[in-house]
Design a protein around this ligand. Structure first.
Ligand code: SAH
Ligand code: SF4
Ligand code: F3S
Length: 578
């Protein structure tokens, strides 16, 4: 659509950059997968056979990726790409990786569909509902293509991410106008896949890698002005919870070298970013095996926790990484998600407790409060071990805010099991909960071995009941904070009120403050000491007291005085059941 004439020098320069950028992908010999796809994707054996398993050889006859040449770069020049992002935070950061790769190849960003030459949908497969939304979007793009009479080279639709990995060729065969399919480890190949001639059919690359961490790709932030940024530190998951598709869509656990993470955080700090969230499917299983700082520490799991995989040894662990990231800029907040409860040894808890810029807010996904259901889920802990961890975390990190994920209606979950989940929620007192109805996913162990026997309406009833309980508890926790002084990092205008700004406290709770204070406007990226004046179950309202810094606030104020305590013995707690 756009001419590259006269830009030969630019092409040569970009070409060199990409040749070096793709060298690593080429050396790991990942096949392009366009013609010879494994019909059904990786199976259980590929994921649990031990983390040091060698890379699978490319299927016979598969194409090997070649360094990008002028054709691919010429193809990109001036073309505009629209990103539509679904799914978890990792998908946001992966989109920033894909965008970095495409920008290097000359693509520009489209702000809306009408100016796009390519639309990429970053997809999620975690539940059937997530995939249904994507199918509907694809139908819409197909209609748009038909109504405008576009050919494949004029307007391409690409499916990226977990659904691309899971469904592969099925996305192409469904006849919904998909031109490109690329899984989570395939983003380096996007320029080449996009440049593939129309008559070659849809371009598909879904080979998972044992090594890809995109450590050398500097993500280009989708919102360069946001004071908060994501940094992916590890990818994949070896846990194989029986309900979960993630190990199949994201592949084996692998971690990015510590130095590359620290370097990226340093760059973000120089750009003025005030908060980083370290990301990974099992972020606290982080283990840098690249050797430069190998501390050879053996894995220490939280007491009462186990794994389905062989215990791993060696490498630099999450506590060291967290500490190194916290050292980069004492004015930068550090958060991380999503952790697994098994990987909270005391070293990690100490870093959280001791560093003012590591937020005292932990996501401890419980999934269920019934030990029997937890065993069927293969979570590697019992209700008692989980509650002991909660008590231990609260002893070591006073005032810590806890959040969680729960699944309602897992295979065989009885009313009594569900009551145990409600009682666990009551006992812990979460600041925030993500609540899901169980959705059966092909290939998982639960799909093969267990019966999805809780009717959909009953799953929904249980989710609604958990939601009522969680909201009542969050309301109590937030109300207790009225009158306290909190450090708030201002993020953006409040979507509900043009005269207010939205920020977050250390516990990641939204706090709304007036946009103007002391005769001058407040701005995103500033730290403000705020007196909490009001609370709902979801947000706090506050009155700014002073502009401050993270270190200054930490010097003047004790850590939060346990606003989020166990509610088990609290007479008010029974009122949570509504
Ligand atoms: N790695 C993270 C979770 C990633 S998926 C962890 O282990 O905590 C996010 C959440 O989706 C999970 O915690 C779980 O609560 C939910 N989930 C995963 N698979 C699901 C399924 N098949 N049905 C319903 N919810 C599911
Ligand atoms: Fe899925 Fe999380 Fe379990 Fe991994 S640890 S299988 S991502 S729920
Ligand atoms: Fe969804 Fe994949 Fe994230 S399945 S939750 S986008 S890891």
């Amino acid at each position: 659509m756009h001419s590259a004439i006269g830009l030969r020098w630019l092409l040569v320069r970009r070409c060199r950059a990409l040749v070096s950028g793709t060298a690593r992908a080429a050396s790991t010999a990942a096949p392009s997968g366009r013609r010879r796809l494994p019909a059904d994707g990786p199976g259980l054996a590929e994921f649990v056979a031990g983390s040091a398993a060698p890379a699978a050889p490319p299927p016979e006859g598969a194409e090997l990726p070649v360094p990008l040449g002028a054709t691919e770069l010429e193809h990109g020049l001036g073309r505009r790409v629209l990103f539509v992002v679904h799914g978890c935070q990792m998908n946001v950061n992966d989109t920033e990786v894909a965008w970095a790769v495409l920008q290097q190849a000359g693509y520009q960003r489209a702000e809306n569909i009408s100016e796009a030459d390519v639309v990429f949908i970053m997809t999620c497969s975690i539940r059937e509902g997530a995939e249904t939304k994507i199918w509907n979007k694809l139908e819409n793009y197909k209609r748009l293509k038909a109504s405008k009479g576009y050919t494949g080279s004029q307007f391409k639709v690409g499916v990226l991410g977990c659904m691309a990995e899971r469904l592969r060729q099925r996305l192409v065969e469904a006849d919904v106008g998909v031109d490109l399919v690329a899984g989570p480890d395939s983003y380096r190949h996007l320029p080449r896949l996009l440049a593939q001639p129309e008559d070659a059919g849809a371009a598909v690359h879904v080979q998972l890698s044992l090594e890809e961490t995109y450590a050398d790709v500097q993500p280009v932030r989708l919102d360069p002005h946001a004071p908060a940024a994501y940094v992916t530190i590890m990818r994949g998951c070896d846990n194989m919870c029986t309900y979960c598709i993630v190990p199949f869509t994201r592949g084996r656990e692998r971690s990015r070298p510590l130095d590359s993470v620290v370097e990226e955080v340093r760059r973000l700090s120089e750009q003025g970013v005030r908060e980083v969230t370290l990301l990974g499917q099992n972020v606290n299983s982080y283990r840098d095996m690249s050797g430069s700082r190998n501390s050879a520490k053996a894995t220490r799991l939280a007491a009462g926790f186990s794994t389905v995989y062989r215990p791993k040894t060696g490498g630099t662990r999450f506590a060291d990484l967290l500490s190194a990231v916290a050292d980069v800029d004492p004015e930068m907040r550090v958060r991380f998600t999503s952790p697994h409860p098994k990987d909270f040894p005391d070293e990690v808890l100490r870093v959280i407790a001791e560093r003012p810029n590591v937020c005292s807010c932990l996501h401890l996904p419980a999934q269920s409060g019934s030990s029997r259901v937890l065993a069927d889920m293969r979570r590697g802990y019992t209700r008692e071990a989980y509650l002991e961890l909660v008590r231990h975390v609260r002893r070591m990190v006073p005032g810590v805010a806890l959040t969680s994920d729960f699944i309602a209606g897992f295979c065989g979950e009885t009313e009594a099991d569900f009551e145990e989940t409600l009682s666990l929620m009551r006992e812990v007192g979460y600041q925030y909960c993500f609540l899901f109805a169980y959705s059966r996913r092909e290939k998982t162990r639960a799909h093969h071995r267990l019966v999805d026997d809780v009717p959909p309406a009953e799953k929904q009833r249980r989710v609604a009941e958990m939601a009522r309980l969680y909201r009542a508890m969050a309301q109590q926790l937030n109300t207790r904070q009225v009158g306290s002084t909190q450090l708030v990092l201002l993020e953006r205008p409040s979507p509900r009120s043009p005269d207010s700004l939205l920020g977050r406290n250390d516990a990641n709770v939204k706090v709304i403050v007036p946009r103007r204070w002391a005769g001058a406007p407040l701005a995103a990226g500033q730290y403000v000491a705020v007196e909490v004046t009001g609370a709902s179950s979801e947000v706090l309202h506050g009155r700014p007291l002073e502009r401050t810094t993270l270190q200054e606030f930490a010097r003047q104020h004790d850590p939060p005085s346990a606003p989020n305590e166990l509610l088990g013995d609290d007479p008010e707690a029974s009122q949570c059941v509504v």
